[in-house]
Design a protein around this ligand. Structure first.
Ligand SMILES: [Zn+2]
Length: 262
């Protein structure tokens, strides 16, 4: 394989996502994708019946998520690969782990797997995380099912030393009004501003409803703004025939994004 030192972080992540030929259909699909133009996250509505609780899934696109948090470190990666060759080891988490153990480190390296978490990422990842003596954080990271490429070494961006662990954080927001819900555990979608129902507790309807008109939401006829003015809420989430979910406040389309809003 030719030297990878000139690759950008984005190129390395694309190469990792494409993987090898063993997962042919996924590979073919990935090859045709332009990752950059993919949305950062999508909201998928589960099959639901009238009057049931809102079943949905938010999927965060791994490409964007990794690119926002990591910086490819070709020198570190080269050192890891040289280590494997010297020791006669394959490129896998085990060799990555012994490589990291042999480095100077400030904090005890640890392995993270998103496999058994209530994870929102589009693909499962495994990584070893450690901080060096200058307090710079690094990972050697592998995408599940992409074992011919094996783990790759990255620096964790300075402002992402927590964000690299937030694979269960996301938000759902209305494209029209300011309503939003956020999750830190991938399960409970707490309303922004703290009042109202959690998103997964709304009941769904297949029938379009009447929504308060924008004027009624945005303006009051009274000269004084009442602090306890309730947020308009019809109490149900309308799922249309294209499986788009609509805001219970104004009927706008609900959209997902990787970061908690607000
Ligand atoms: Zn809305």
């Amino acid at each position: 394989m030719s030297s990878t030192t000139t690759e950008t972080t984005a190129e390395v992540i694309v190469r990792m996502l494409k993987g090898d030929g063993r997962y042919w259909s996924t590979r073919q699909r990935n090859k045709e994708q332009n990752f950059e133009s993919e949305p950062e996250a999508i909201l998928i509505v589960d099959w639901t019946y009238e009057g049931e609780e809102f079943g949905f899934e938010v999927v965060i696109h791994l490409y964007h998520w990794l690119k926002d948090r990591l910086e490819y470190n070709p020198d570190l990666d080269e050192r890891y690969r040289a280590y494997c060759e010297e020791e006669g080891l394959g490129f896998d988490l085990q060799s990555a782990s012994s490589f990291v153990d042999a480095q100077e480190h400030l904090s005890e390296p640890f392995v993270v797997s998103t496999l058994y978490q209530k994870d929102l990422l589009s693909q499962t990842i495994f990584f070893i995380y450690w901080a060096d003596e200058e307090r710079n954080a690094h990972v050697i990271l592998e995408i599940a099912g992409r074992d011919s490429i094996g783990p790759v070494a990255f620096d964790v961006k300075d402002d992402s030393t927590d964000a690299i662990f937030d694979n269960r954080c996301a938000s759902v927001a209305c494209e029209k009004c300011s309503r939003h819900w956020g999750t830190l555990d991938g399960e409970h979608w707490v309303p922004g501003g703290g009042s109202g129902k959690e998103l997964q507790q709304y009941l769904v309807t297949e029938t379009e409803r009447e929504y308060p008109v924008p004027d009624a939401i945005g303006q009051l006829t009274l000269p004084i703004d009442l602090p306890e003015r309730p947020i308009p809420d019809i109490g149900v989430i309308w799922v249309d025939e294209d499986d788009k979910a609509h805001c219970p406040g104004c009927g706008g389309v609900l959209e997902a994004s990787p970061w908690p809003a607000g």
